[in-house]
Design a protein. Structure first.
Length: 217
């Protein structure tokens, strides 16, 4: 089955993190962090995490250089310096990363894409990678603590918030159940998925200009 998972490590312990992987029968962790290190959870620094994963007889693959969210190439940025996901998906490195993921799935590996944010809605793994894979027909599930949320469910409920002209909510507790679309005389068209993901892109994307300003201080 064309199924894949995502997970964010946050400040979990390594034991708790492994439990979440094993309880979902995941045998391969793909690290998609551009910088695979954490100042607030150093147990998830690349070398330490990789050793722990392998000790528990799972596979660890670092793919931040292919599927990470940080880009400095001005051709891939909005004018304000934020990364433009619609341009990223057409790059050779992103497509190479997706191809490797697809080949792994075809070979029968149960894969989880890992980044740092626990909430997928606040991470590029939802609005960039999962969105792309979902459009290619893959079943994407997001692991949050001991819960599993389908990409379709989260997307549909975000679309409802967007369509009903509410402020986009990143609160999983508010959108983990189906919400009806409120049709009105002035709001009776179908939810616009393209505009929704554009808004998500603008909210969560890495800002290259911010890095430049930090370096100048």
């Amino acid at each position: 089955m064309n199924k894949i998972f995502t997970i964010g490590h946050s400040i979990d312990s390594l034991d708790s993190f492994i439990y979440l992987l094993e309880s979902n029968k995941i045998n391969t962790l793909v690290d998609i962090r551009s910088i695979p290190y954490s100042s607030f959870a150093n147990q998830f620094n690349k070398e330490r995490l990789s050793a722990f994963i392998k000790k528990n007889k799972l596979n660890y693959i670092s793919m931040g250089e292919l599927l990470g969210a940080r880009y400095e190439n001005k051709e891939l940025l909005f004018e304000d310096g934020k990364v433009n996901f619609s341009k990223v998906i057409n790059t050779q490195q992103f497509q190479e990363g997706i191809e490797r993921i697809e080949n792994g799935i075809k070979k029968g590996y149960q894969i989880a894409l890992m980044c740092s944010e626990k909430n997928p809605l606040q991470c590029h793994r939802f609005s960039l990678i999962s969105h792309f894979l979902d459009q290619q027909g893959y079943i994407v599930n997001h692991i949050i603590d001991k819960n599993l949320f389908s990409h379709k469910l989260l997307e549909n409920n975000l679309l409802c918030y967007y369509h009903n002209r509410r402020k986009l909510s990143f609160d999983i507790n508010k959108i983990n159940q189906p919400h009806p679309i409120q049709h009105t005389l002035f709001n009776n068209d179908k939810p616009d998925q393209t505009n929704l993901y554009f808004r998500l892109n603008r909210l969560v994307a890495y800002n290259s200009n911010a890095k430049q300003m930090e370096a100048a201080i």
